[in-house]
Write a protein that binds this ligand. Structure first.
Ligand code: RP5
Length: 163
């Protein structure tokens, strides 16, 4: 497998999720992790979802990150179709500030987990960092990138606030 083959699969329910999910891709790029990003809706494109999730592991993906809003069924439905870890990013929609999507993702039935992150940009960034932590367990290059990412982040925090 070529080094640039994606090992993280990012899926999102709609083009409207991209502004948030772009932060996942930017963070994975900082971490040097190859990814692919697709629009797949649990409700509007169910066949696309089943084909994608059922083939994900055999195609070499190690973690799936799913962003969705409103009913936010995408990560849960993907988790039902693959043994890969699935991380969910709730979109901050107009309704309840994204609380609807957060609860939909977190409240999975026992046995089919979705690792649910914070609503919106913070969750999109953290999904990438958490994916790196998972992959780093068996990948020394990603482990080194993650160590550097965290060290750079720490070094970037000023000791005192300024105007
Ligand atoms: C969800 O419905 C998507 O993940 C999106 O967050 C939300 C609204 O989709 P659009 O109507 O903007 O396409 O499935």
């Amino acid at each position: 497998m070529a080094e640039s083959d994606p090992i993280v699969g990012i899926i999102m329910g709609s083009q409207s999720d991209w502004a948030t999910m772009k932060h996942t891709t930017l963070t994975l790029e900082k971490l040097g992790i190859a990814y692919e990003a697709k629009i797949i809706s649990a409700h509007r494109t169910p066949d696309r979802l089943s084909k994608y999730a059922e083939s994900a592991k055999d195609r070499g993906l190690q973690v799936l990150i799913a962003g969705a809003g409103m009913a936010a069924a995408l990560p849960g439905a993907a988790a039902a179709l693959t043994p890969l870890p699935v991380l969910g990013v709730p979109m901050d929609g107009k309704v309840m500030g994204g609380l609807d999507a957060l609860l939909a993702m977190a409240q999975m039935p026992g046995g089919i987990p979705v690792g649910t992150l914070a609503v919106g940009k913070a969750g999109a960034v953290n999904a990438a960092v958490l994916a790196a932590s998972i992959i780093a367990l068996s990948n020394e290059d990603v482990a080194a990138s993650l160590d550097k990412f965290r060290a750079d982040q720490t070094a970037g925090v000023a000791e005192e606030p300024e105007d």
